[in-house]
Design a protein around this ligand. Sequence first.
Ligand code: HEM
Length: 519
Amino acid sequence: MSHPLTGCKRLGLRIVPASRFVSTSVVADIKECSAKPYSKVPGPKPIPILGNTWRVFPIIGQYQISDVGRISRLLYDAYGDIVKLSGLIGRPDLLFVFDADEIEKVYRQEGDTPYRPSMPCLVKYKSDIRRDFFGRLAGVVGVHGEPWREFRTKVQKPILQLQTVKKYIEPIENVTNCFIDRMVDMRDENYELPADFDNEIHKWSLECIGQVALDVRLGCLDPGLSHDSEPQKIIDAAKFALRHIGTLELKLPFWRYFPTPLWAKYVKNMDFFREICMKYIDEAMKNLKNKDSMQEKDLSLIERILITEKDPKIAYILALDLILVGIDTISMAVCSILYQLATRPAEQETLHKELVRILPSKDEKLTAAKLNQMHYLKGFIKEVLRKYSTVIGNGRTLQKDMVICGYHIPKGVQIVFPTLVTGSMPEYVSEPHLFKPERWIKNNESNSNSFIHPFASLPYGHGPRMCLGRRFADLEMQVMLAKLIRSYKLEYLHEPLEYKVTFMYAPEGELKFKMTERE
Ligand code: HEM
């Protein structure tokens, strides 16, 4: 059948120009018809048998997994707004899109069940290896379609509700105060923090998530925690789960065909996680049964879920997902934010002044109203996430054919939104090379000519599948900065660190910050 107005070739007739009377669906059809074929999308050419996977192989390949951030920049410089990486072993093509308008278009057409193509190894673990445990409603991470929507609908309200999040200001402030006391004790004779300070930040973030996802204080901040203690094992397991994804998915994807030693370790690691979550959620259930008052406003996040969902499995699986993706993301974001603060004394002073104004005494307790006034602090966090995007990009698997950047892109292709690159493109962000927390502050006088495309820097993604932990992530980062910078000055007196991708994008090396008490 041909299209009656366009006469489009693909639909069977010759193409005629669109007029202003033509409906938008017809205009879309015309674009579709005049679109260039998928085969013409530019990109590095695959070679026979090894495709493009060889490019991330050791020695012969030109790219390191840790260089993924740099690779996306190189792809943009070499090929432009849209780049295809095809011929990857065991996975669909990757299509990098660097045009923020087109990114917006993809997000806006994603429908009710967006498909984020991350972590096929987790998909295999949940849907195949431990299918008996997970069943149909296997959580949100690595789950798609209706089962994802059903699970997300069950848990989304309590997690994103401001009222629930506000209840956690005090517990997270308490954890953070303990952590800052530990930082003071950890300093050496030069007032510097230890070389493995990033592991200490992981302990703080696990302690925070323990409060949110498991309803317990895990004891991660106890001094003298041994390497084989439960909290340290959880941290190691969380790092392992995320940091081997790049290798499992891009470099050594052979587990798809037979169980490799790395894959066996991955499964063991995930089993450990599951057991930990079940242990603590069972305890939370027992506590809930013993509670006299059941007023909704007094319930914790987990209690809210346990009360509405009689099956504790929903709570086990939610806790697993939150811990799995929540520990390393927030820890690496905090490492990056503290490094930026320590190396930007002028901005740190501005932040300190704001904090002194809002918290006149050092031990003043935080409240939602006080956090709301911390505009510079929030701008600083957003600016770090723009310029040094901790999660370097996001993605969607197309669920229907689309025209992107003038090319016809078939259903099933994996689109990559390289936030790390788009967040610093002069087309979308004014003076992108400058570090300006003020650019995020509404009505700030220095912003008169400033602009930022709303889809250029999206640290938490967008739409119905957006980060489920974002309100807690924001709260944890805000509390950490407010408490630390109100009372201490942070410096970094060593050679500058380079940013690398482990799974997150963060400064690599020893974070030996110098920490001195302020007057
Ligand atoms: C600065 C810290 C963080 C950043 C930058 C971040 C970023 C992201 C991004 C980009 C996504 C994908 C969203 C999309 O597809 O549109 C995501 C998903 C997710 N995040 Fe976060 N995240 C952070 C912290 C956290 C924390 C602390 C938690 C848990 C407490 C968490 C839980 C999740 C979950 C469960 C998903 C999957 C949502 C779904 O697929 O339905 N995140 N995050």
